[in-house]
Design a protein around this ligand. Structure first.
Ligand code: FES
Ligand code: FES
Length: 177
């Protein structure tokens, strides 16, 4: 185990680790078996079940969350690796009482159907638009290519991301008037 993993948690008979995780802006103290992935800790120990459990092989993308603003596959990351990082899940995406523009656009345009891919799609799209507010359709397509959707055919998803980008750009212009 690297020193980065060895520091910052206490192990009891090598079976449980206690770690302070920053999730959606809140510091959460959590005890878990050290081999657990971030996906498992989010769902099983923090009851944040919005992050979806799919293949556990890094292939479907359903488990994507943001770590320090970047999408990661939480099924492939140990929770212990997240100490000190800013973890964002779908539960933290809403802006107060309002849906994030991406969430609203997904709902309005039928981009969320069964919903299984939706948390990962939304968070991955958010990371893209935070980094590149005027992303092109090709950039949106490339950014979301790691998240599989069995329902929509993707076009509604790309349309929704473009709509949200326009809303966010308009909001940004208003903020700077
Ligand atoms: S659960 Fe499929 S990539 Fe993580
Ligand atoms: S909405 Fe069902 S998998 Fe994407």
């Amino acid at each position: 185990m690297t020193s980065a993993l060895a520091e910052g948690y206490t192990a009891t008979m090598n079976r449980h680790a206690t770690l302070s995780l920053k999730v959606n802006g809140d510091e959460r103290e959590v005890a878990f078996a050290p081999h657990k992935t971030l996906l498992e800790v989010l769902r099983e120990d923090l009851a944040l079940t919005g992050t979806k459990h799919g293949c556990e092989l890094g292939e479907c993308g359903a488990c994507a969350v943001l770590v320090d603003g970047r999408p990661v596959l939480s099924c492939l990351m140990l929770a212990l690796e997240c100490e000190g990082a800013d973890v964002r899940t779908i539960e933290g995406m809403q802006e107060g009482a309002q849906l994030h523009p991406l969430q609203a656009a997904f709902a309005d345009l039928g981009a969320a159907q069964c919903g299984y891919c939706t948390p990962a799609m939304l968070l991955t799209a958010k990371a893209l638009l935070d980094d590149k507010p005027s992303a092109t359709r090709d950039e949106i397509r490339a950014s979301l290519s790691g998240v599989l959707c069995r329902c929509t055919g993707y076009l509604q998803i790309f349309d929704a991301v473009e709509r949200a980008a326009r809303i966010l750009a308009a909001r940004d212009r208003e903020d700077h008037v």
